[in-house]
Design a protein around this ligand. Structure first.
Ligand SMILES: [Zn+2]
Length: 261
């Protein structure tokens, strides 16, 4: 069994009917992906994700504002989490210093990141963190919240950032890019070899980042999670059974799922 710790059904549904989405979730079940965490990128997602989690016992969800979904003109208001046992995390939140990110917008992102970390801290919820070219600032801000639980999702940063994150008690989640042949991704594969199995989660980030051998297909689907899990297991020289048991245990521990099969 595997848990897809990060996918975006609210984005998938833009290109799929309700029926097609049900079929996609069925294919995930067939591929042993028995639990899925549906991750919000804006507060506009919350009603849809909540409804989906009510419909499908295997779906849990998070609530949060992704840095690229912040309205640059005005800071988002403080928000509260739904009183719902299936809302298990705050995310995705974080910093995205993509190509043309101004210093002013970096400041805004940091303020919104802190606001959401504060909420996570008060509510004792783990956070799902998005990081683009901002690893050092993310760890600096996280250090203001000692003991906070969370995961650096779709990890694609240096071994130094990975080790510091692990020292802070965080988990690292890996997506389809680790299966891409690009030589430039070899350092990321080395990170996987260096870090403890006990800190690794797996995710598809569907509809994005479809893994090899389906690379280039849109949308990506949770059923392809096995290819990502398999890649990690071969890098760590362990069986898929052993790896899958660890990824599942790690994800349950972090998000504190109440799940009866
Ligand atoms: Zn995502």
């Amino acid at each position: 069994m595997l848990i897809d710790s990060h996918f975006h059904p609210q984005i998938l549904q833009e290109s799929l009917s309700d029926d097609q989405l049900a079929q996609l979730l069925h294919r995930a079940q067939q591929a042993q992906v028995h639990i899925l965490l549906a991750v919000a990128v804006s507060l506009a997602d919350v009603n849809y994700l909540q409804r989906l989690a009510q419909t499908y016992p295997q779906i849990y969800y998070s609530v949060g504002i992704h840095p690229l979904y912040i309205d640059q003109g005005c800071l988002p208001p403080a928000f509260v989490l739904p009183d719902d046992p299936k809302c298990v995390a705050i995310g995705e939140i974080g910093l995205d210093y993509g190509d043309d990110c101004s210093a002013e917008f970096q400041q805004v992102q940091q303020a919104v990141f802190r606001m959401q970390l504060q909420l996570a801290y008060q509510q004792h919820k783990p956070v799902i963190i998005h990081n683009r070219h901002a690893g050092h600032d993310i760890l600096k801000i996280l250090a203001e919240f000692p003991g906070i639980k969370g995961v650096l999702h779709c990890f694609n940063d240096s071994l130094e950032i990975a080790q510091r994150a692990i020292d802070m008690g965080l988990y690292l989640s890996f997506a389809g890019i680790i299966t891409f042949a690009n030589k430039s991704l070899d350092p990321l594969r080395e990170v996987i070899q260096q870090i403890p199995l006990e800190r690794i989660l797996v995710e598809t980030d569907a509809p994005y980042l479809t893994p090899v051998p389906w690379r280039g297909h849109y949308p990506n689907e949770p059923q392809y999670l096995t290819a990502i899990a398999q890649k990690i297991c071969s890098l760590k020289n362990i069986s898929l059974t052993q790896g899958a048991a660890a990824f599942t245990q790690n994800t349950m521990t972090l998000f504190n799922f109440q799940y009866d099969d």
